[in-house]
Every structure is written in C-alpha cells, then in structure tokens.
Design a protein around this ligand. Structure first.
Ligand SMILES: [Zn+2]
Length: 445
C-alpha cells in the first residue's frame, strides 16, 4: 500500500491519497505498514496520457523501442501513450498491434495503446484491416496514417464510415501533399529570406476544412493531429460551432517555438508540421485555453543522431517531447496565467483518454478508480540537459534552456515507475506490472 500525504490536487485543495491493489482507496485509517510519500508542496495530477507518440518498434529500434519510449514517458509523468503506426512493419494488422501492446504490458512503465494504420502500409491506397485491429486483444480505437496524410477524399470518407460502427476515431495528419512537396519549413518571411522551400499554412488548413465536412457528412468522429496555424484554429472553431464531432491536439513545441529558430539552421528545430509564426503560437495558446483545441499531445519523434546532425535539407523531421511536455505546458500556459492545474489535468489526461477510449481516467483520485498519477514540483526550474532525456532520442529543442518544473513521482496502475525524480529499475517495474496483471485477472475470474 502507498499513502501520499499533503499533495495539492489540481483544484487547489489539499488531500492525502491511499493506493492499494492498483486502485485508489479511502485514506481513512491507512498509514501503518505503508510506503509513505510526502508530497507537501507538490501538485498531484492524474497520470498523463499521450495521444501521439512514436515508439518506433518494430523496425526502427535504433531510434526508440517500446521500452525506452515507455521510460521516457514515465519520466515525463505519463502513464499511458498511444503508439503511432509508422513502424516497420506498419501497424496495419491485428498481429502487429497485439505485439506492440504486449511489449508495453511486459515492460510496465506505461500502458501502451497501439494506433492502427488507416491504409495498408501507409500507402494511401487501400483501407487496412481496421475491423480486425478493433476486434483484436489490443482493441484499437484510434486510427492514423500519421507521418502521412490520408489525402484521398474517398478513402477518408470510407475510413470515417468504418470507425463510426464501433466508436473509433480517425486521427488525421493534415498535410496536403502536393502543396508541401520538398517543403523544409513554414512558408513566410523567414523561409523567403533563408531560401528554404516553404510549407504553406493552407496545406494544413485545406485538409482540416475538407475533413470536418466529411466528418459531418458521415456523422463520424475526426481528430486533428498537431494543429499548427491560426487558420486551422479558425476552421476547428467553426466546425465545433456547427456541432461537428471534431477534436484537436497541439504539441508543446507549437505552443512555444517559432520559425525564427530556423535561422540557426539547427535541425533540432525541423519538425512536421513546421514551427510557425508568433501569431500562430499566440492563437494556439488562446484556442487551447478556450477549449477549441482539446488536448496537448507530444508527437514525440526520436531519431538517431546521424539523422539530425546534418544539413537542414537532409535532416529528418521531428523532436522528442515526452520528458519535457509538462514543463513546456507549465511555461507556455500555466505561468502565463492562461490556464490552471485543473485544466492541465483535463488537456493532458482526462480528454486524451476520452478521445482514445481509454478507460479509468474519467474519475481521477476517486476510491475504486485505477491509481495513475504524477507528482510534480512546479516551483523549481533547471537547465534542461541530456540527463533529462530517458529515451534514445537526443533531438530535443530544449537542451540548454531553463525549464520550470520537475516530475518527482509517477504511479502507474498502483505501482511506482518514477520515485524521487528517478526512474524505478526496469526489472522491478516489470515484476510489479506482472503482479498487477495477475491480481486483475484473479479479480475478474
Ligand atoms: Zn504527424
């Protein structure tokens, strides 16, 4: 049993919490024989849920594995991640999604929920085995060709029709391919000055506009990945006002960084969608605060050093983000007074779980609900360094920057994965995960 004393809940009140058998239990009378964590001065958040993570396994284990990505996630305060399908083989069959999920279960740092590909091999030509993945042990509910856009309108329509039958969602990477051929960075004053091929905002906005209309026509759920422009915010706001079932995410980096950083030619700032103008950053912050954008998702995209330590044109797109996400949300949204910790709990836990149809995150800290939480010290700050990166990727745009906050502890299904700011040993976590699984199975039997 674990007892947590003196933590500040997201709503600002203080409470002790008790955990037993993987669940929150009534704290009254608990204490003797327990592991006690003194959380005085810390914020307790529900376990964070990422709807957009690239774990790279199978196939790209030099970039990340389910284990290393899970460790990066736990270090960042996450207890569940949705693993994107652009692996090799692509996660477009029941076999691959079950494999990814069971690797996550074995390692135990976080709950790994596979995302299924919309089209076979991400080829954009034929629908994948969506029904088989949904009906598999992995019970896939989120489908995405992320990295690529489902640009064929008829395929997008059919995919929306298919997932509607079981309450799934299509998560679209909105990028009109013809408008972004060879694009290297945001199209605007900076790209013109640097002579780099521009990536126009309309390439994103036109796909979102088409897709919300398709979602309305079909009556299905659409999720828009990594919204990056003020115009995209306008389209999503319009769609929500019309009652269309659309949700949207923004990444931490799009809430903070701008295309001005490309002037350094430092490829850590090369990302898809690209960093945009300051006006876009400001519009994204407002949209997240007013609920137009529903959630923050990391788009954690690890790459081996050789794919990033090269000329801008040749470098891969992507940044790692799991370890720094909460700090960036604090910096961009909380410390600026735009939102409070209760909103953070919503945009980084409850709502992403709801969109992903992940159970157990709707009643955080209530006795009987699964014990997933993060203890966070929002009062400290430090220079973010390589030692803060716990996955394989070092392509973080924040190295050398002063960032607020630190994850002190993460508890997943009732057992700790991070304690005193350090990851718990992998063997210990795997054993705890196994014990939690068998006790769940026994209680179900
Ligand atoms: Zn994407």
């Amino acid at each position: 049993m674990i007892v947590i004393t003196g933590a500040t809940l997201p709503d600002g009140t203080s409470s002790d919490l008790a955990i037993e058998g993987g669940r929150f239990v009534d704290v009254a009378g608990k204490g003797a024989g327990s592991r006690v964590i003194d959380a005085t001065g810390l914020v307790v958040l529900p376990g964070l849920v990422d709807l957009h993570t690239h774990l790279r396994e199978p196939g790209f284990e030099q970039s990340e594995t389910v284990l290393t990505g899970s460790r990066a996630a736990a270090a960042g305060g996450f207890t569940a991640v949705h693993a994107m399908a652009n692996t090799s083989p692509v996660a477009d069959t029941a076999g691959v999604v079950e494999q990814v999920q069971s690797l996550g279960d074995q390692h135990g740092y976080v709950t790994v929920r596979p995302v299924g590909a919309v089209t076979v091999g991400l080829g954009g030509e034929r629908l994948s085995e969506i029904g088989a993945m949904a009906g598999s042990r992995a019970r896939v509910r989120v489908f995405s060709d992320d990295g690529k856009c489902v640009s064929d309108a008829l395929l997008m329509r059919r995919a929306l029709e298919y997932v509607k039958t079981f309450g799934g969602v299509i998560a679209q990477h909105s990028q009109e391919p013809r408008l972004t051929e060879d694009a290297q960075m945001n199209e605007g004053a900076v790209s013109a000055e640097l002579g780099l091929a521009g990536w126009p905002a309309v390439a994103e906005e036109s796909i979102i506009a088409r897709d919300v209309l398709l979602a309305q026509h079909v009556g299905a759920r659409l999720h828009v990945c990594h919204v990056s422009t003020a115009g995209s915010v306008d389209v999503v706001r319009w769609a929500k006002a019309r009652g269309i079932h659309v949700t949207a995410e923004v990444t931490p980096h799009h809430l903070l960084l701008t295309d001005e950083l490309a002037r350094s030619y430092d490829s850590r700032y090369k990302v898809n969608p690209p960093l945009r103008r300051d006006e876009d950053v400001q519009a994204l912050r407002v949209a997240l605060a007013d609920g137009t954008i529903d959630i923050v998702a990391t788009d954690h995209a690890p790459h081996p050093a050789e794919s990033k330590q090269c000329a801008w044109d040749e470098a891969s797109f992507g940044m790692v983000g799991l370890e720094s996400a909460l700090s960036i949300v604090q910096l961009a949204m909380v410390d600026t007074g735009l939102i409070g910790w209760a909103d953070v709990a919503s945009i980084l836990s409850r709502k992403p779980a709801e969109i992903g149809r992940l159970a157990g995150y709707d009643a955080a800290f209530v006795p009987g609900s699964p014990a997933n939480l993060t203890l966070y010290d929002a009062t400290v700050s430090h220079v973010f360094g390589l030692e803060d990166l716990r996955g394989k990727g070092t392509n973080s745009p924040y190295l050398g920057r002063e960032l607020p906050g630190r994850v002190i502890a993460t508890i997943h299904n009732g057992y700790p994965t991070v304690l005193e700011g350090e990851l718990v040993d992998a063997a210990e976590v795997a054993l705890a995960a196994q014990a939690a699984r068998s006790s769940r199975e026994m209680s179900q039997a």
